[in-house]
Design a protein. Sequence first.
Length: 272
Amino acid sequence: MGPIGVFDSGFGGLTILKELHQHLPQYDYLYLGDNARSPYGTRSFETVYKYTLQCVEKLFDEGCNLVILACNTASAHALRSIQMRDLPRLAPDRRVLGVIRPTTEVIGRYSQTKHIGIFATKGTVNSKSYPIEIGKFFPDLKVFQEACPMWVPLVENGEHLDAGADYFIQKHIRNLLVQSSRIDTVLLGCTHYPLLMHKLKEFMPTHIRIVTQGEIVVHSLEDYLVRHPEIESRCSKNAGIRFQTTESAAFFDEQSELFFGKRSSSEQIQIH
Ligand code: DGL
């Protein structure tokens, strides 16, 4: 038995962990933020894969039998290779899940016009994971993407609610909406972006629905655990949460409140 591992390049995955902890409080969670090497969104495919695999192995070493990549960039670049190539070799009885697949399974239900927009990191947009995966579930849905490379640094540095952020937020809203006037739903395809919700609501036309991934991931995990009792029975249930970061613990604890709603007490770890 072990905690459910929740991984992100930095703080973003805490927006997912917050929902998991709220809706499935009985489980133990171990969060790992690779803050020392964040952001991942502008890094190459190979680098994101290498870093993600190292972090997953670390979570396995800590006893996690189930790991969630609460990061779209890592899900887009590393999940398939880890599932197909690494797991059978490293830990055939453990599981790694991502956040893209659960989102693409339901996103089509949100749109009336069948035109949706996605804000994500450069890495996620360039991987084309969203249009490809959405095409499998909703072939008639038109998907428009916009990469927002400045949004994660703004959030990680706590500058996202200041006036200086407005330029970058408005610019990417414009770039997305100019691609189609029929977009009625916009997905925040990066786990950092819910922190920008306030500004997005301010600058986005009011008829456009903004979708975040937290609840989608919760429902998908709930369903997964019901369908996989062999994994569920190996998730410990003492309602505990631990936090690990590859950067300074003090820095993590200071920022975590913003993402998780309460201050964490984290531990700094080394990834080799
Ligand atoms: N939170 C990550 C995501 O969902 C991206 C952050 C980063 O660029 O490292 O894509």
